[in-house]
Design a protein around this ligand. Sequence first.
Ligand SMILES: [Zn+2]
Length: 242
Amino acid sequence: MCNCERDCTHISRRSVMAGGAALIATNAFAFRRARAEQSQSSSPLPNAIPPAEALDRLMQGNARYVAGETECKDFSIGRAERAGAQYPIVAVLSCSDSRVSPELLFEQGPGDIFVVRVAGNFVNTDGLASMEYAVKILGVPLLMVLGHTNCGAISAAVKVVTEHAELPGHLPELVESIEPAVITAHAKHPSDLVAATIEENVRLNVKRLIDDTPILADALAAKKIAISGGVYDIATGKVGLI
Ligand SMILES: [Zn+2]
């Protein structure tokens, strides 16, 4: 049972899949309605900002987080409005690591960040579709691939490649997606292969997003979005852009 005090509903995978189409339809409707309202009122949507401004908001939030100057937020504010639509300013692909929470480390609130998470922060088909949804339906101006220091998934991939380590269950399939980054980093003979692979993995997955056609490529060509990469330092709390 959930003891969460916030709005929290436990749903099965089947209900998630069944509700997927309805979710897209609902958000698409909300999005179109908001666009229509925008054209009537001529006031821009909250996330209708240039990519550079979105990135600046994130980095300013991270600076507050690093300095311990985070604001005490009342998450109930705006809850009713958020039930009708969402206007995130960024879609972040991050690792599942429990120490890496994009909303916290960028000091943003509910509805600000659309998050795709998988151990090792790599792009698979589902993650790519989620990013496309964020751009096409939600109108986010910025995508970010966020790696982090001391990443267990990256360390495991390095051991598989360099020591032929064997992993249980489905972990080999996950690590397989990270191995190209290990191989690319290894070829550069870095002093710290894990750290180099973490950065290389971000670069490779930024490139995968850049190369995605037609949705992301078209949005990039139209300068509607930017795609950036960064590494979160768990020890300092600081995000360094790559
Ligand atoms: Zn990780």
